[in-house]
Design a protein around this ligand. Structure first.
Ligand code: SF4
Ligand code: SF4
Length: 307
């Protein structure tokens, strides 16, 4: 299946030191997405024209003549590209990057199992992320099963916007679920992500009745959901979940803007902003006021630890 990245020594996607496997493709279209290279399933080429030094290596490497350089500058015809990666391999300026590679469960397992010593020492394991890992449910299930079979702790990060059966199918091989609740208002959810949240909330309720531990996460974006009311409503919804380890606020990362152009995708017209530290602290306190544990790591010295 198409894996966009395998990140070793991750410490943000569950307990301990982890390997995060990013599966390509997503079923939602969040306007603020800062990883647009994860949206479409299947491998694809990113082009960063600013890095191009005009060496012409890609012209000879490409079997489809997708690249051209003329007096008018360089051009790339994406409709001809079959994502073979030959041009990216020979582009030493890193102006061309192939995102996504087809890997089998065995190949991924081999990479994941290489760090088991670190998992054992730190209480870590593997986390399936994306995109949305349940877009490739058979692969996700098989990989989780294979990891568990080797005694590796398993976690999956999902938006839960699926029929319950798809979520339920992976639970027997999942030790931890990290689930996103972005907002409680269905119309706002539809506006910002392209789909309502009824299924998400229903699945979250069902998940709360299982014995699989969960971490609920909210991407916090100024102008979208960075208000005491938004975060308070989510905290009210999850406060009774008996299997909730903690609630995590994830401040919006504004670094994805140039990526849309590199993929030939239209840039969302809205300009999103990261909430400031003071706001984040206030929101964390708002949620904590509901009697739940809250984490707010943002890598910016604002760290509201779980109590
Ligand atoms: S190989 Fe890379 S640097 Fe060379 S012309 Fe092609 S895109 Fe530009
Ligand atoms: S990925 Fe393959 S088909 Fe696409 S532009 Fe590069 S060499 Fe050509």
């Amino acid at each position: 299946m198409t894996v966009s990245d395998i990140q070793r020594f991750s410490v943000h996607d569950g307990p301990g030191i982890r390997t995060t496997v990013f599966l390509k493709g997503c079923n939602l279209r969040c306007r603020w997405c800062h990883n647009p290279e994860m949206i479409r399933p299947g491998a694809e080429l990113q082009l960063f024209p600013d890095r191009c030094v005009g060496c012409g290596a890609c012209l000879t490497a490409c079997p489809k003549q997708a690249h051209t350089i003329t007096d008018g500058g360089r051009a790339f015809d994406r409709s001809l590209c079959v994502a073979c990666g030959a041009c990216a391999e020979g582009c030493y300026a890193h102006a061309l990057v192939l995102v996504g590679r087809e890997l089998t469960v065995e190949q991924v397992l081999k990479e994941v199992a290489a760090d088991r010593e670190f998992y054992d020492r730190s209480g870590g394991g593997v986390t399936l992320s994306g995109g949305e890992p349940l877009l490739q449910p058979e692969f996700a299930g098989e990989l989780l099963r294979a990891c568990k079979g080797q005694g590796i702790h398993t976690a999956i990060e999902t938006n839960l916007a699926w029929p319950w059966e798809r979520v339920e199918a992976v639970l027997p091989v999942t030790d931890l679920v990290l689930l996103d609740i972005k907002m409680m208002d269905a119309a706002a959810h539809r506006r910002w992500t392209g789909a309502g949240n009824e299924q998400v909330l229903e699945n979250a309720r069902k998940l709360s009745q299982t014995e699989v531990p969960i971490i609920v996460r909210t991407p916090v974006i100024a102008g979208v959901n960075a208000t005491a009311e938004d975060i308070g409503r989510i905290a009210d919804f999850i406060r009774a979940f008996g299997n909730l380890l903690y609630y995590e606020l994830l401040p919006y990362n504004p670094l994805g803007a140039g990526k849309y152009r590199s993929l030939g995708m239209e840039q969302p017209r809205e300009r999103f902003a990261r909430p400031d530290r003071q706001t984040l602290r206030a929101l964390a306190e708002e949620a904590r006021g509901r009697g739940i544990r809250v984490r707010c790591p943002d890598g910016d010295r604002c760290r509201v630890e779980a109590e």
